[in-house]
Design a protein around this ligand. Structure first.
Ligand code: NAD
Length: 257
């Protein structure tokens, strides 16, 4: 076991039945599932994601916008949750974790069994019409793009877009408000797989600390908030999840104390 991993997991187990912990996750929890993180040099994001993921690009070059994002989303749709996603879902089942706040748009927490997920950057599977706000799903959009068309709303013919936060946009008030409430009220905030460099998501760490929560950071490299952490664990997140799942199994059925 690596520095602090065991004692953090022991601390989590002590919280069984209390829902006292909240998780804040970033792209690093999904790399073992095959989705490169934001700063990976060799991955799908190497083509300047800030420009390709901007609201300006969506508005000015919709065909290129969909040409880049729809195949990428189709790859994400094939990915499966890993042991880190499963561990967080089990922690929720044991009423240790209240909710997961995620910066990821990949739907893998839900696929891994988490029920209470605050998606502060949205979810690639949800689409909506920018004119009448009607919902559309990813499969119908992918079909239209595959046939060489710009995706349009079945109800009004308006343009359809993914319900994700594009660069240059504000975070959705409802999801971010819920995330702030979760950060303010938890007794332990555990940040996993995030460089904690994207604001305002990273501000949730000092917010929780200012309300007296213990902070744990699990990431393979340093973050700007390591000085606030009671536990800073440098490890691979899949391995952390496997260790946690074994500890939960050894501790007995979910919900028992
Ligand atoms: P980031 O890329 O800035 O940071 C990821 C961190 O995780 C890095 O510090 C990296 O060293 C660490 N890491 C990666 N794999 C790891 C592993 N297996 N074990 C331990 N540590 C690991 O990601 P961020 O902080 O989430 O910010 C990136 C932004 O881009 C977010 O806003 C997010 O919405 C978006 N994004 C989402 C996805 C996704 O949905 N899966 C993927 C890439 C980017």
């Amino acid at each position: 076991m690596m520095g602090g991993e065991g004692t953090l997991i022991e601390r989590l187990l002590e919280m069984k039945g209390t829902r006292g912990a909240t998780a804040l996750t970033g792209a690093g929890v999904s790399t073992e599932s095959g989705i490169p993180d934001f700063r990976s040099a060799d991955g799908i994001w190497r083509n300047n994601p800030v420009e390709l993921g901007s609201v300006l690009f969506f508005e000015s070059c919709p065909a290129q916008f969909y040409g880049f994002w729809v195949p990428l989303f189709a790859e994400i749709a094939e990915c499966e949750p890993n042991d880190c996603h499963r561990f967080l879902a089990e922690l929720e089942g044991a009423q240790i974790l209240d909710s997961v706040i995620t910066q990821n748009i990949d739907d893998l927490h839900q696929k891994g069994g988490s029920q209470r997920v605050h998606e502060i950057h949205g979810n690639y599977r949800r689409m909506f019409c920018i004119r009448c706000r009607a919902r559309a799903d990813f499969d119908s959009v992918a079909e239209q793009v595959g046939a060489g068309a710009l995706p349009t709303c079945a109800a009004c013919g308006g343009r359809v877009r993914p319900d994700i936060v594009l660069f240059g946009e504000m975070l959705p008030e409802s999801a971010f408000g819920a995330a702030q409430r979760a950060a303010r009220s938890c007794r332990l905030l555990i940040a996993l797989g995030s460089s904690l460099s994207v604001s305002p998501a990273c501000d949730l760490v000092p917010l929780a600390a200012s309300r007296g929560a213990e902070i744990a950071i699990v990431n393979r490299e340093p973050t700007p908030f390591d000085h606030l952490a009671r536990w800073k664990i440098d490890c691979e997140l899949g391995e952390f999840g496997r260790t946690g799942l074994e500890a939960l199994a050894a501790a007995g059925p979910a919900g028992s104390s």
